[in-house]
Design a protein around this ligand. Structure first.
Ligand code: FCB
Length: 449
C-alpha cells in the first residue's frame, strides 16, 4: 500500500528565490552595486570564482520562469527585492526603473494566478550603505524603514504577504563574524550589533507595511535548526544550549518576547549589542507568521578550545549526509523543531519558507534530469510538516528552495537546489523529475512517493 498524506485545505505550496541569486542584470536600468557584487568580485571569495552578474538572467527571463510555475501548478512564489535596484544609494533618490521591474513581475504573477510573497531584505545591502558602516550603523535601520515605505507604496496594493528579513543570523554572523559572506567582516561585536539593527529595522518597518499595504500579512524568516547535545554530559548539554541560544533563541525571543535570552547576554558580556530604550518594544511588534527555513539538524558537543561558543558539531557515520558537507539530512529534526516552536513561542502561525537539498544533477542526453534523492528528501520533510500539523502546529505553507538552480552565495554555481535545472551555457530551464513530482503535490495537495 502507498503512503499518502493529504494536507489541510488551502495549504500554500510554493517555491522560493532571492534577488542576487537569480536576477543578473547587475548594471541595468540604474541598479547600483550591492555588497554581494563587491564581495563576489573579490578574488578567492566564491568557490568557483563566479559572480551573480548574469546567473539565471531572471531579470530578462522572469516571464518564462513564471510560465514554468504556472504550467507546474505552483500557486505561490517567494522572491526578494534588490534594495540597490530600487534606491541605488540606499537612501534618497528612488530609481523608478528598478521599481518598475518588480511591478511587472508582480503583475505577471497575478495574471498567472500565482500569489506573490515578497522579502524586503535577502542580504544584498546597497554598497553605499556599507560604506557608511552597514548594518552596524544604527542609521541603516531607519533607511530600511524608508525603503520599505517606497516598496510598499508601489506594490502594497497588489502584494499582501511580506517578509522583512531573510535569515538575520546568516547575514549577521556569516557576513560579519565568519567572513564567508558579504561584507566579509570578522568581528563578534559587529555581528551582534548588526543583528540588533536588523531586528530593529524589522520592527520599524512593520507599522509602515501595515499602513501602505492594507490587510498585509507580515513575517520574518529565520533559519532554524534542531539542535541536540552529543551526550547527557552537562558540558555537552550546556554547549548545545549555547548553540541554540546564539542560533535560534537570539532571533526568536526578541520578536516574540521583546528580550534577548539572558544566558546569551551574560555569555556575550562586553560584546553584547548596544540597545537603546524602546528598541525591544519596537522589535516585538506583533507579526502574522514566522517564516522557517529548515535545512538540517546539528549535534553539538563541548569543546574547550572551540569557537566563541566553545562548542563543535559532531558527525556520526550513521548520519545521512547531504551534498553540502555541513548538513545532515534529517526530516525528523524539522518535526521536532516545529513542535518546539509551538511549545516555546505560543503556537505562532508558521510557514516553511525554504526547504530543499543540493544534488549534483546531470542533464541527460535525452533532455531529462533525474533526481530521485531530492524527491525522497522533499517527501520526508513534507511528511514531517504533515505530522506537525496533525499534532497541532499552525503551519500554513511550504516553499521549496528553490524554483531553479542559481548562484549559491560563496559556493557559486557548485550547488544545484532547483526544481528546474538551469543550463548556464544556454540559459535554458529544464524541469527536473522533482519538479514534475512537486507539480503533483501542488495539484493534489498531498504527498506520495
Ligand atoms: C538559505 C538561503 C538561501 C539559499 C539556501 C540554500 O540559507 O536563505 O538564499 O542560499 O540557504
Amino acid at each position: 500500500m502507498k503512503d499518502i498524506y493529504t494536507f489541510p485545505e488551502n495549504f500554500k505550496w510554493g517555491t522560493a528565490t532571492a534577488s542576487y541569486q537569480i536576477e543578473g542584470a547587475v548594471n541595468e536600468d540604474g541598479r547600483a552595486p550591492s555588497i554581494w557584487d563587491t564581495f563576489a568580485h573579490k578574488s578567492g571569495k566564491i568557490d568557483d570564482n563566479m559572480t551573480g552578474d548574469v546567473t539565471c538572467d531572471h531579470y530578462h527571463k522572469y516571464k518564462e520562469d513564471i510560465a514554468h510555475m504556472k504550467d507546474l501548478g505552483i500557486r505561490n512564489y517567494r522572491f526578494s527585492l534588490s534594495w540597490s535596484r530600487i534606491i541605488p544609494e540606499g537612501s534618497g533618490k528612488v530609481n523608478q526603473k528598478g521599481l518598475d521591474f518588480y511591478s511587472r513581475l508582480v503583475d505577471e504573477l497575478l495574471t498567472a494566478g500565482i500569489t506573490p510573497y515578497a522579502t524586503l531584505f535577502h542580504w544584498d545591502l546597497p554598497q553605499a550603505l556599507q560604506d557608511a558602516g552597514g548594518w552596524a550603523n544604527r542609521e541603516t535601520a531607519y533607511k530600511y524603514r524608508d525603503y520599505a515605505d517606497v516598496v510598499c507604496t508601489a506594490l502594497g496594493g497588489r502584494v499582501k504577504n511580506w517578509m522583512t528579513h531573510n535569515e538575520p543570523w546568516v547575514h549577521s554572523f556569516v557576513g560579519h563574524l565568519y567572513g564567508d559572506h558579504a561584507p566579509g567582516l570578522k568581528d563578534l561585536k559587529t555581528a551582534l550589533q548588526t543583528a540588533h539593527h536588523m531586528l530593529l529595522a524589522h520592527g520599524l518597518a512593520i507599522p509602515v507595511i501595515r499602513e501602505k499595504s492594507p490587510g498585509a500579512r507580515i513575517g520574518i524568516v529565520n533559519n532554524l535548526e534542531w539542535i541536540e547535545p552529543a551526550s547527557m554530559d552537562s558540558r555537552d548539554r550546556d554547549a548545545a544550549d549555547r548553540h541554540d541560544g546564539a542560533f535560534n533563541r537570539w532571533f526568536l525571543d526578541p520578536v516574540f518576547y521583546g528580550s534577548y535570552p539572558k544566558d546569551m547576554m551574560d555569555w556575550y558580556g562586553s560584546d553584547a549589542p548596544e540597545i537603546l530604550s524602546g528598541d525591544m518594544k519596537t522589535i516585538s511588534a506583533p507579526i502574522d507568521f514566522l517564516g522557517v527555513n529548515f535545512y538540517t539538524r546539528r549535534i553539538i558537543a563541548h569543546e574547550n578550545h572551540g569557537n566563541f561558543l566553545k562548542c563543535r558539531q559532531v558527525r556520526y557515520p550513521f548520519m545521512k549526509k547531504s551534498n553540502y558537507e555541513e548538513w545532515e539530512n534529517n526530516a525528523e529534526g524539522l518535526y521536532r523543531l516545529l513542535i518546539r516552536l509551538k511549545t516555546d513561542y505560543g503556537n505562532p502561525e508558521m510557514m516553511i519558507t525554504e526547504n530543499g537539498t543540493p544534488l549534483p544533477d546531470v542533464l541527460e542526453a535525452n533532455g531529462e534530469v533525474h533526481d530521485p534523492e531530492r524527491i525522497d528528501y522533499l517527501y520526508r520533510h513534507m511528511g514531517a510538516a504533515w505530522q506537525a500539523i496533525e499534532d497541532g502546529v499552525r503551519l500554513k505553507g511550504y516553499f521549496v528552495w528553490s524554483l531553479l538552480d542559481n548562484f549559491e552565495w560563496c559556493l557559486g554555481f557548485t550547488k544545484r537546489f532547483g526544481l528546474l535545472y538551469t543550463d548556464y551555457e544556454t540559459g535554458k530551464r529544464i524541469v527536473k523529475d522533482s519538479g514534475h513530482w512537486y507539480s503533483d503535490v501542488c495539484r493534489k495537495n498531498r504527498i506520495e512517493l
